[in-house]
Design a protein around this ligand. Structure first.
Ligand code: SF4
Ligand code: F3S
Ligand code: FES
Length: 248
């Protein structure tokens, strides 16, 4: 049954903004993005919102619903009471461009800082061979849709703008882990993950894992194993000696 939902939407730009209240028709089976689109179509034609697939796969519609990082297209209206005020705001960690759209270029800068996959010299693409167990390990990380909700929620940069320069954030620390665990990657990433990408800032709060719409175990499967490798490299004398002799 259709009803009038109460939406409170942040409207503004980089200089200023405010929360504005609206009543928008909601129908059975709809998600928050449906209501934002109806609001655009009927009351606020200039409302800015980024979206693309409406299927939880492009990672474009990231925002905050009642203060929690969410994909607007995957947040069902049925999870709220009909008389509840639903507050929709842009991701807090990134600068606002307009309304619900933020400038996520920080993430692209961090992506560029990670040296790409480095196979052994002379190995041709058709000669790559991997164990299934190694394929499965990186497969989980490759489910990432780059919605940047994990980046938005991590307190290291959410509450500390000054950390952005030295911290890559969970999504990109996970990318380093994926490459480090790849049996054909020859680059040594253990030192850099701590010094260049800021793994030491992460204190394993797991908030990134909680908000990941793909259900990736970012903390347990990527960040903690990388921390263990850093600790082994720095503090285990046998590993240290082995690394000196065998280079990895
Ligand atoms: Fe989004 Fe998860 Fe990828 Fe982070 S790891 S960008 S939360 S899909
Ligand atoms: Fe941040 Fe995730 Fe670590 S939220 S502190 S990167 S466990
Ligand atoms: Fe693509 Fe929401 S519109 S993930």
């Amino acid at each position: 049954m259709a009803y009038q939902a109460k939406l409170r939407v942040w409207r503004g730009d980089a200089t200023s903004g405010e929360l504005q209240d609206f009543e928008v028709e909601a129908n059975e089976g709809e998600v928050v993005l449906d209501l934002i689109h109806r609001l655009q179509a009927t009351q606020t034609p200039d409302l800015a919102v980024r979206w693309n697939c409406k299927a939880g796969k492009c990672g474009s519609c990231s925002a905050e619903v009642n203060g929690r990082p969410k994909l607007l297209c995957m947040t069902r209206m049925s999870t709220f009471d009909e008389d509840e005020v639903i507050t929709v705001t842009p991701m807090r960690t990134f600068p606002v461009i307009r309304d619900l759209v933020t400038d996520v270029s920080y993430n692209y800068e961090k992506a560029r800082e990670i040296p790409s996959f480095t196979p052994p010299e002379g190995l041709e693409p058709g000669e790559y061979r991997m164990q299934q167990v190694d394929v499965e390990r990186s497969q989980e990380f490759r489910k990432c849709i780059e919605c940047f909700l994990c980046q938005d929620t991590c307190h290291v940069i959410r509450d500390h703008e000054e950390n952005k320069e030295s911290f890559a954030g969970p999504r990109f620390l996970m990318r380093v882990a994926e490459l480090e665990m790849h049996p054909l990657d020859d680059a040594d990433r253990v030192e850099a993950v701590q010094s260049a990408h800021g793994l030491g800032f992460c204190n394993i709060t797991k908030c990134c894992t909680e908000v990941c719409p793909e259900g990736i175990h970012i903390t347990d499967n990527a960040l903690i194993p990388m921390k263990e490798r850093v600790a082994d490299r720095r503090y285990d004398p046998i590993v240290w000696l082995g690394n000196k002799i065998f280079k990895r």
